[in-house]
Ligand binder design. Structure first.
Ligand SMILES: Cc1ncc(COP(=O)(O)O)c(C=O)c1O
Ligand SMILES: N[C@@H](CCOP(=O)(O)O)C(=O)O
Length: 450
């Protein structure tokens, strides 16, 4: 299996090469050259544990790693989750389920990919003898999960940029209270979009990237998206066969990595009726899937800070597939978007629909879900609990533990959500490395700490 860049100007890469690079050298994002048809596997996969399913799935995409090694990697990656199901599917009523993706070490869905990616980096560093500089941008959860995937690993230094003052206090503590010497939590002025743009610009310098063995840890890295496909398949297999094509997956959305993973699993033959892109007030993707126009606006801080994004990286992968892999057209459209000119595409909806909640809606929805089901949704998950489909079974992806965002949850429900790992963090000192939002300062810092 080879991996191609959405911009069409990079040589095909193997799985391991694509993971090591993260972002393609031409600035594009890697995708497998074709998607395997998983329908013939679904019966056999039904009885597997979560780590076994992940190992079987990855073998289809990365034959350069042996089956035995995949099973060992996934067994280790999911060993720190606190639910025996890893991703438990809870039924709330006849037509509503919640897929809980917050049972990993940092209590957000990012752990599914980043526990595994940390091990893939470790494997790479051991085999090559190189020291990797893992670089990422975060609006809160990717950073924590990436840091906890790489914590204390020999041969890896990890640099995470985040918008100063715009991540939740406990998210910042998860990144900045580790005391590990290979972890650098870097607040910068601006928004998540600014941090993500700095990361991409840093990768735009091939000499620097090569000199420091830079790898991108955001969902621009294809391993991230593939690892996230697995829980969609897992959830599907928990339902009776006759219901599987009735499912609308409801996905709280920011950088478009999570919902893209579901879409890719569907492209591979996983049954589903639809995907709902659920945004907060930073609603560029809601607008796109409602009227076809992709027009970037300002980012406004919200109760769901990890989704305060207006430049969704993985949208490029979706464009590439929507445009039948026409990478010339992708390059033109990305240039148009970067220049601030809105892009309009005909019939973008297909198997998608969208919903949006502002802060008042998020607070009211957390209260409603609590009253109706006795279930506490975090503010990101709450964005999914609106506009429920009358014609489908809804599986709402619960992307974070409510204890990460206690204030809004407490106000809406009267319940103060807590978690022991977060309580312990409150006592530790913060260690951050603030930098100005310039590529030069980021590069200098990485060079000095690699
Ligand atoms: C808790 C939470 N929910 C939802 C999202 C949105 O996911 P994605 O960026 O993959 O669309 C994020 C971060 O991106 C998140 O941290
Ligand atoms: N919400 C994310 C933003 C980065 O998304 P990624 O999936 O591309 O890493 C975060 O929590 O940082």
């Amino acid at each position: 299996m080879q991996y191609l860049s959405t911009r069409g100007q990079t040589q095909p890469h193997s799985f391991s090469e694509a993971v090591e690079a993260g972002l393609a050298p031409d600035g594009g994002l890697f995708l497998p050259e074709s998607f395997p048809d998983i329908r013939s596997h679904l019966n056999d996969w039904q009885s597997l544990t979560y780590p076994q399913l992940a190992a079987e799935f990855f073998q289809l995409f990365a034959p350069d790693i042996s089956s035995e090694e995949w099973h060992s990697l996934t067994a280790q990656a999911y060993s720190k989750f606190d639910s025996p199901d890893v991703a438990p599917l809870r039924q709330l009523d006849e037509k509503t389920y919640v897929l809980e993706l917050f049972h990993g070490p940092t209590l957000a869905f990012k752990d599914f990919a980043l526990q595994l990616l940390g091990l893939l980096y470790k494997r790479l560093a051991t085999q090559s003898g190189k020291t990797l500089a893992v670089l990422g941008a975060t609006s809160g959860d990717t950073g924590s999960a990436a840091i906890h995937g790489c914590l204390g690993q020999d041969g890896i230094n990890i640099f995470i940029l985040y918008p100063n003052g715009r991540v939740a206090p406990l998210q910042e503590r998860q990144m900045a209270c580790t005391d590990a010497s290979n972890v650098f939590a870097i607040p910068i002025p601006g928004t998540f979009d600014d941090a993500q743009a700095l990361v991409k610009e840093t990768f735009g310098d091939p000499a620097f990237t090569a000199a420091h063995n830079l790898s991108a840890v955001n969902s621009i890295n294809i391993a991230r998206v593939l690892a996230q496909c697995v829980y969609y398949i897992w959830a599907t297999l928990r339902l009776p066969e006759n219901l599987r094509d009735q499912v609308e997956f409801v996905v709280p959305t920011g950088n478009f990595g999570n919902v893209l993973a579901g879409f890719l699993a569907h492209q591979m033959g996983m049954p589903a009726k639809r995907f709902r892109v659920a945004t907060n007030q930073n609603d560029i993707l809601h607008r796109f899937f409602t009227n076809g126009e992709y027009r970037q606006g300002d980012v406004f801080p919200s109760f769901a800070p990890s989704m305060d994004i207006q430049a969704a990286s993985n949208f490029e992968r979706f464009l590439y597939l929507l445009l039948n892999k026409d990478s010339t057209r992708v390059r033109e459209l990305i240039a148009q978007m970067k220049s601030g000119t809105p892009v309009t595409l005909p019939e973008p909806r297909g198997i998608f629909r969208a919903s949006r909640l502002d802060d008042a809606g998020i607070a009211a929805t957390i209260a409603d879900v609590w009253q109706q089901y006795g279930y506490i949704a975090d503010p990101h998950t709450a964005c999914g609990f609106t506009d429920m489909a009358p014609d489908a079974i809804s599986i709402v992806l619960a992307t974070a533990h409510p204890a990460k965002f206690p204030e809004v949850v407490q106000q809406a429900t009267g319940v103060d959500p807590t978690h022991p790992t977060l309580e312990a963090l409150k006592l530790l000192p913060l260690r951050t490395h603030p930098l100005p939002a310039t590529v030069d300062s980021i590069k200098t810092f990485i060079a000095e700490h690699s």
